[in-house]
Design a protein around this ligand. Structure first.
Ligand code: AMP
Length: 384
């Protein structure tokens, strides 16, 4: 594989905060960046990139423009039209990770099949394409279940929990109504996992198969949205080793070149894989301050054919900043920043909406608990 060196152009598909933080690292190294936003101008990634192409992902002329100016194509999201990969293949431009890895993560049914083929544990599940299949799935899984749309769901959107019904069969009309509410689309029906913790592993892999991780992150969600991450997760050594092993197994199976996040539930000393993302992940944001080499630098290194850096994390915590913090205008940044150990990241989004990820705070400290206390305190000061 040829090594791409500065000032090569990194073509990024997706205009969000993950692309923005990749573009920032790329620029620090002297690379140039071109972003296909999938939407409008002045996107979080596009506004820091050298070239912003503000067009939908399916726009053939826009994808050709991206490919024409890029030396490599990478992604900051997976649920995306893959036409850009075809355009890149026609032009002989490498695409990392390859589109098949994205396809496996973009559809929950394909994802389950890929995880099973990779030999890692997943929750018992069924696919359902209509209300009668849904009824059969709910009966077969026999317990509380999560219904998830196969495509398009994120941050808890497109999901409904159905409690256990005991001996009462769920009424067909009720299931038809839930199916309709979820958009009458293909669903995954998944047994609810009684987890003790939620964790994730962010792993980078090169074309030659070298891998590097950042340890295991521990994640807390509020209303289905990642709220905080602490690293390292509070896990026995053997569970940590098993989580890292599972992530490596999935990365090898999907032949990832780039970064992969594997989200898992911890149940006692067992692990169950929830979902994967073939790109940097929200739970890896604290690597910017906690590790010598962040998840974004690892992505850059992997897609450019450079050796991976040291991703080992010092104890750290991240707290998300959502749009509701802007309800009364600009948050009181100076209050949060009175603690000089607090690092502020804002994504440059101009419209704060409730539930929208606007930025995050990170802190590195002697323990993850201390770091978490400080990011919580800083976030509280923003709105007090
Ligand atoms: P997901 O979009 O699949 O990551 O789901 C969002 C959140 O919903 C997860 O982080 C969990 O907190 C919860 N969740 C999803 N699937 C399950 C499950 N099978 N059992 C228990 N909780 C779940």
């Amino acid at each position: 594989m040829s090594v791409l060196v500065p000032p090569a152009v990194i073509g990024i598909v997706g205009g969000g905060q993950l692309g923005r933080m990749l573009a920032q690292v790329a620029q620090r190294h002297g690379y140039r960046t071109a972003v296909l936003t999938g939407g409008g101008e002045r996107s979080p990634a596009g506004s820091v990139a050298d070239i912003e192409i503000a067009a939908p992902f399916y726009d053939a002329a826009a994808t050709r423009r991206l490919v024409a100016c890029a030396d490599v194509i990478t992604w900051e999201l997976e649920d995306v039209d893959l036409g850009v990969a075809d355009a890149a293949a026609d032009a002989g431009i490498p695409v990392r990770p390859r589109p098949q890895a994205l396809a496996a993560a973009a559809d929950r049914a394909a994802e389950k099949r890929a995880l099973i083929a990779a030999g890692v544990p997943v929750a018992p599940y069924r696919e359902a394409g209509d209300p009668s299949e849904l009824a059969a799935a709910v009966a077969a899984l026999d317990g509380p279940v999560m219904l998830k749309t196969a495509r398009g769901g994120y941050d808890g959107k497109g999901q409904v929990r159905l409690p256990a019904t005991g001996t009462e069969p769920v009424r067909a009309e009720a299931l038809t109504e839930v199916f309709r509410r979820l958009g009458s689309v293909r669903l995954i029906v998944e047994r609810e996992v009684p987890f003790d913790r939620e964790v994730s592993v962010v792993i980078a892999r090169t074309e030659t198969g070298a891998i590097a991780d950042h340890g295991v992150m521990e994640n807390a969600h509020v209303d289905g949205i990642l709220d905080t991450t602490t690293v390292p997760a509070r896990l026995p050594e053997e569970v940590t080793a098993a989580a890292l092993g599972i992530a490596g197994q999935v990365a090898r199976h999907l032949d990832i070149v780039g970064v992969l996040c594997v989200e898992m539930f911890v149940v006692g000393s067992e692990l169950v894989v929830n979902e994967i993302a073939p790109r940097p992940h929200n739970s890896g944001h604290c690597t910017i301050e906690a590790a010598a080499t962040s998840q974004f630098e690892q992505q850059l290194r992997a897609v450019c054919g450079l050796p991976l850096g040291d991703g080992t994390c010092r104890p750290a915590a991240m707290a998300q900043l959502l749009g509701h913090l802007w309800a009364d205008g600009e948050p009181a940044w100076s209050e949060a920043l009175t603690d000089p150990g607090i690092h502020l990241h804002l994504y440059g989004k101009r419209e704060p909406r409730p539930g929208r990820k606007m930025g995050h705070l990170t802190c590195v400290d002697a323990t993850p608990e201390l770091a978490l206390k400080r990011v919580f305190a800083a976030r509280d000061r923003l709105s007090s």
